[in-house]
Structure formats: structure tokens, C-alpha cells
Design a protein around this ligand. Structure first.
Ligand SMILES: Cc1cc2nc3c(=O)[nH]c(=O)nc-3n(C[C@H](O)[C@H](O)[C@H](O)COP(=O)(O)OP(=O)(O)OC[C@H]3O[C@@H](n4cnc5c(N)ncnc54)[C@H](O)[C@@H]3O)c2cc1C
Length: 501
């Protein structure tokens, strides 16, 4: 059972949970930060805490990352993006901060305790994820390290640590919003500078052959290839947030409230979800910069549209995102019908035997073989582009409910496809997005209708009223055509290279 009484630190105590208190029966050893969710050097509370603890105790510090053999079905798309970001991170953290970065492959519950034992670490710091696979893995690590090792978990992902924001499962954004807003003055603060470690790491580490590791994951996960439009890494993430060329806050913010539900205008969205998912940028940094944007260019930015845009963005970035972590943290059944509210479960059950106009198999959905060209386009956008527009994600998931034999099957298919193809998939936001669309989580009951029961309904004509449906279908066709051509060209140029030796 985790306690909330960590030692004094550069990080607010509320951000840290003591997962295991070690017995101090021997000389203090190094600090190891097992990095999982927050894959960045900049603005990382877990890293700040690890270095701070090392310096306070005059011991060295290192970062360890574990590349699982298999994690929630990640393919070349997700793993390629992640590893390219980690390669940059390793260079940065070693050159700028002289902190060694160790990469392990296989099971973290074996590799991390082994590393802790081999280097004689006294403190293991880890970042926070509410997903059950990682929580189980941490339980095993707690049992496998020696009694003398202390383990701290730092919520470096949420602006307000999930266990501080609320101590229970929240019903909706409305019930969480006030709690979070009250805590923002305490938690939405600037980051301290990351200190240099005082003590040098004494051992060495093998060099990391990134090219071979990346080539191996690309081969193994080739079924879902990488995407070309989204560059990985912390610098790329900052560029998307506030770059001078096409940054969200610098160039695109104004249209966020009006255009963010128009799938034909994807640039109206921030495009930050891949970076937030892999922790290549901190949500807290995004929120701080959004607030600063008001001051940077007052004559332009104090327009009501821009102020509204900042507030709308902060609502999604903080309240909605942190509500998803709240759900996955406090609801063990976060990806199953069992996790839905009672009214929704009952209503879906009442309509389980309603006649469906179409029933499709998982394979038909995956191959975009439904009778609805709009749904097929959204599926193709996800498969080829790796990021379906946020508005279409709702329509897409709700139609899966309409065209399957029941909500359990619909949820399983939606999560399977979302995790497999979305660059930002395998995320609490994804599980909650599917649960919201199919099981009414965080939503209210609506007018009862066949199949959906009281779950909010969406249909084709509603979309037609909102945006240019044919334009969107044509836009996705262009993406698919362009991607296929690029893949064919790169195949040819690869073959040419082979032939030329
Ligand atoms: C069925 C379904 C599946 C989804 N799957 C995922 C997923 O796998 N990963 C993912 O990150 N998001 C998911 N979402 C939430 C949302 O659609 C995406 O976060 C958003 O489209 C990402 O694009 P953006 O960063 O450009 O969005 P922006 O509108 O610019 O939002 C900025 C950030 O705010 C957060 N955010 C925005 N909308 C939501 C929301 N509804 N719930 C929680 N946080 C939100 C995200 O972190 C996002 O990156 C899903 C939603 C639905 C309905």
C-alpha cells in the first residue's frame, strides 16, 4: 500500500508516493530512475526528483528504460516514434547532464530489479501510469528488489497529481473541474532547472545500437508502418507547441474553438497528442505556455477569440485528459462494460437484442468495408495517417456500437483498432474515449433509441450539417494515395540501393 510521506525534495510532496519504504541497513547506493511514461529530459518531475535525491545523498544517478517485448500490441508506428525520441533523449541527457541512460529489452519486472541489485541502488524512482499492466509490473518490482531499496512514484504526467486531484472515481468533467481548478495555483507552477548530478556514475554501460534496435522493431511491427508527418522528440514537440513556423500557440490557436470539430481542418487542433502520449512534452509545459501566450503578444492575443481558444485548450489539455487518468486509476474495469455507470449498463442491456441494420466483423471494420463511406474514410485516416481527427473518433466508435452484436464486442473492436493504429493509442485517453462513446462514461443519459438505449447518438446527417462530408472523404483519399505512393517509392529506392550495392 503506497503512503504519502516522502522526504523533502525539489518536487512538491503531493506529487510523490512512496510505493516501498526501504530499511536503511546499509550504506546509501545510487538512485535509478526507471523512465516509462514521461520520456523527456525537459520538465520532468520524476527526473528532477531522482537527481535531487541523488545530490542530497551524494550518490550518482542513472536513467533506465525498458523496451518490452510486447506492450499493448505496439507496432512499428508507435515503437519507431518512441525509439527515435529516446535516441535523442539519450544523447541529450548524457551530453548535457552527464546522466547515463541504460536501455534494457525484455520484461521490466526482471530487468529493473536486476539493474537495481547490480548497481547497488538504494532508491528507485519511477513515473506514473494508471494502466494495469504497469501497475502490476511495479507491484512485482516492489516484491523483487531487496528490503533496503525504497521506491518512489512521481506523477510527472498530470498537472495536478491524480491522487491529489481527487481521491475517488469522478462522475464527469463537471465533478473534477472545480477540484482541479482549486489546485492549479499550487501545481501549475514553473519547473526548477534540472541540476547536474554531483557524483559521477562509476560503472560503464554498453553502447546502444539504436539503428539495429529500431530496424528490429520496424521489421517485427511492419504490419502498421511508421508515419512520415510527425517528427519525434522533445524539440519537435516544442516546435508543434510554439514554433515560429507553424506552432499551435504561435500560429494556429485562434481557430481552435471554431474549427476543432471540423475534420477538414486538422491543423486547427494542436497535434500534441503523440508527444503527450509518449511524454515527449509535459502537459504542464503546454499549459504554462498557453497562459504565457496571453502576455507574449497582447495587442493580437487579447482578442476574445484567442482568450476563448486558450480556455478551451486548457479544458481539453488539463480537465479532460486528467479525467481520463482519474478513470483508469480508480476504475479497475476501465476498458470493459463492467466499468460503465449502472444506468448505461442497464440501458445497453435492455437494447442488446435490438435489430441492427448492419453487423460487421472485426476484419470488415479493420479493412474499412462498411456501407458508410464516411466511417470508412475515418478508419482509413487512422490506418494511413496514424491520427484520426478528434471529432471523427466519436462518430467512428459510436458506429461500431451500432454495427456489432453488442457493447462488449463493440468496445473490444474499438480498443483493438485504436491501440493498433493510432500513434497516440494505448493511452488512458483512448480507453476513456471508447468508453465515453460506447458506454456513456462521463456523459449523461440521452433520449432512448434502438441499439444505443440512452447512450448519446451520432449519425451521418448530423455530420453533414456540421462539415463537408464529401470533402473529408476526398481529403482522406488523397492521404491514402499519397501514403501508398511514398511507400512504393521508398520500396523502389530501397531496392535500387540494394542493386547498386
Ligand atoms: C473513441 C475515441 C478514442 C480516442 N483515443 C485517444 C487516444 O488513443 N489517445 C489520445 O490521446 N486521445 C484519444 N482520444 C481523445 C481525443 O480525440 C484526442 O486526444 C485528440 O483528438 C488528439 O488530438 P490533438 O492533440 O490534436 O487534440 P487537441 O484538441 O489539440 O487537444 C490537446 C490535448 O488535450 C487532450 N484531449 C483532447 N481531447 C480530449 C478528450 N476528449 N479526452 C481526453 N483528453 C483530450 C489530449 O491530451 C490532446 O492531445 C479519443 C477520443 C475518442 C472519442
Amino acid at each position: 500500500m503506497a503512503s504519502l510521506t516522502p522526504p523533502s525534495t525539489a518536487v512538491q510532496p503531493g506529487r510523490i508516493r512512496v510505493l516501498k519504504q526501504g530499511s536503511l541497513d546499509k550504506k546509501r547506493g545510487p538512485v535509478v530512475y526507471w523512465m516509462f511514461r514521461d520520456q523527456r529530459v525537459r520538465d520532468n518531475w520524476a527526473l528532477i526528483h531522482a537527481v535531487d535525491q541523488a545530490n542530497k545523498n551524494n550518490v550518482p544517478v542513472a536513467v533506465a528504460f525498458n523496451l518490452f517485448d510486447q506492450f499493448l500490441g505496439a507496432k512499428a508506428r508507435q515503437l519507431g516514434f518512441m525509439l527515435r525520441g529516446l535516441r535523442l533523449l539519450q544523447r541529450n541527457i548524457e551530453e548535457t547532464f552527464q546522466i547515463l541512460f541504460f536501455l534494457f529489452q525484455g520484461e521490466a519486472e526482471d530487468n529493473i530489479p536486476n539493474f537495481v541489485r547490480e548497481c547497488g541502488a538504494s532508491l528507485l524512482v519511477t513515473d506514473f501510469s494508471p494502466l494495469r499492466e504497469i501497475r502490476r509490473c511495479k507491484d512485482k518490482i516492489c516484491n523483487r528488489v531487496s528490503d533496503s531499496v525504497t521506491i518512489h512514484e512521481v506523477d510527472a504526467h498530470n498537472v495536478v497529481p491524480v491522487w491529489v486531484a481527487s481521491e475517488k472515481l469522478e462522475y464527469s468533467a463537471k465533478t473534477l473541474r472545480g477540484k482541479i481548478n482549486k489546485l492549479l495555483p499550487e501545481y501549475l507552477i514553473d519547473y526548477p532547472m534540472l541540476e547536474q548530478p554531483i557524483e559521477k556514475w562509476t560503472g560503464t554501460r554498453q553502447s546502444i545500437d539504436w539503428d539495429s534496435i529500431i530496424a528490429a522493431v520496424l521489421r517485427k511491427g511492419a504490419e502498421v508502418p511508421e508515419i512520415g508527418w510527425c517528427e519525434s522528440g522533445e524539440d519537435a514537440a516544442m516546435e508543434v507547441l510554439k514554433g515560429s513556423k507553424d506552432g499551435f500557440l504561435t500560429k494556429r490557436l485562434k481557430n481552435y474553438p471554431t474549427d476543432r470539430n471540423n475534420p477538414l481542418k486538422p491543423r486547427a487542433l494542436s497535434g500534441l497528442s503523440p508527444y503527450l502520449h509518449f511524454g515527449q512534452i509535459s502537459a504542464q509545459r503546454c499549459a504554462l505556455e498557453a497562459r504565457k501566450a496571453r502576455k507574449l503578444c497582447p495587442e493580437l492575443l487579447y482578442l476574445p477569440a484567442t482568450l476563448k481558444a486558450i480556455d478551451t485548450f486548457l479544458e481539453e489539455l488539463i480537465v479532460r485528459r486528467e479525467l481520463a487518468d482519474n478513470f483508469c486509476f480508480y476504475q479497475p474495469n476501465y476498458d470493459s462494460l463492467k466499468g460503465a455507470w449502472e444506468w448505461a449498463r442497464k440501458s445497453l442491456k435492455d437494447h442488446a437484442s435490438d435489430k441492427r441494420e448492419h453487423i460487421y466483423t472485426k476484419e470488415q471494420f479493420e479493412k474499412a468495408q462498411t456501407a458508410d463511406p464516411l466511417w470508412n474514410a475515418s478508419q482509413m485516416e487512422m490506418v494511413y495517417n496514424g491520427k484520426m481527427h478528434g471529432f471523427m473518433r466519436m462518430y467512428w466508435a459510436k458506429k461500431i456500437l451500432e454495427w456489432t452484436t453488442g457493447p462488449e464486442e463493440a468496445l473490444a473492436i474499438a480498443i483493438y483498432l485504436n491501440d493498433k493504429y493510432e500513434i497516440d493509442g494505448r493511452d488512458p485517453n483512448g480507453y476513456v474515449g471508447c468508453m465515453w462513446s460506447i458506454c456513456g462514461v462521463h456523459d449523461q443519459g440521452w433520449k432512448e433509441r434502438p441499439v444505443f438505449g440512452k447512450i448519446r447518438y451520432m449519425n451521418y446527417s448530423g455530420c453533414k450539417r456540421k462539415f463537408d462530408v464529401d470533402g473529408y472523404i476526398a481529403y482522406v483519399k488523397r492521404i491514402v494515395g499519397g501514403t501508398k505512393k511514398r511507400r512504393a517509392d521508398s520500396l523502389v529506392s530501397g531496392k535500387e540501393k540494394e542493386l547498386c550495392g
